[in-house]
Design a protein around this ligand. Structure first.
Ligand code: GDP
Length: 138
């Protein structure tokens, strides 16, 4: 799995009509989409997915945000996928993100920041398996 990462286009970016533009940036950067789904997280899903953040002060806000509308989830394949995708999306806070990054272009603020990207190979595998069964990955 070391050449794979997991992403979500978050509810803010879906609401703002950026699904197509974001997928275009992703594929233009050399990522191959090996799994793709348009779905909505339940409260239970979001709490489980972000369990690592459950002690953080923004946890409730994060769960509320991530469940308020549909998302696009995907598994992406490329050499050095995790690090290259983090570089493509930019920093958590879009105000600090580099020009041309997905968060700089499409995010609203540190909370509503348009996209998720796994932070390690291990988490990419866990997160991908959370969203997709083996027969949904091509
Ligand atoms: P990421 O790896 O860049 O997504 O950042 P983190 O793992 O630190 O945080 C996970 C997600 O929680 C972020 O992408 C944001 O949606 C949200 N988040 C992070 N920091 C804050 C914050 O200070 N306030 C709020 N409201 N949300 C935050």
């Amino acid at each position: 799995m070391t050449n794979r990462t997991f992403t979500m286009i978050k509810p803010d970016a879906v609401e703002n009509g950026h699904i197509g533009a974001i997928l275009e940036k992703v594929t233009s950067a050399g990522f191959k989409i090996v799994a793709l789904k348009y779905t909505q997280l339940s409260r239970r899903d979001a709490e489980a997915f972000y369990a690592i953040h459950k002690e953080r002060p923004f946890f409730g806000e994060l769960v509320q945000f991530m469940t308020r509308g549909p998302i696009v989830s995907a598994i992406l394949e490329k050499d050095n996928a995790v690090d290259d995708f983090r570089a493509l999306i930019g920093t958590t806070n879009p105000a600090e993100a580099a020009e041309g990054t997905i968060r700089k272009l499409f995010a609203t603020n540190i909370s509503e920041n348009a996209v998720h990207g796994s932070d390690s190979d291990e988490n990419a595998a866990i997160e991908g398996a959370f969203h997709f069964s083996g027969r949904e990955i091509y």
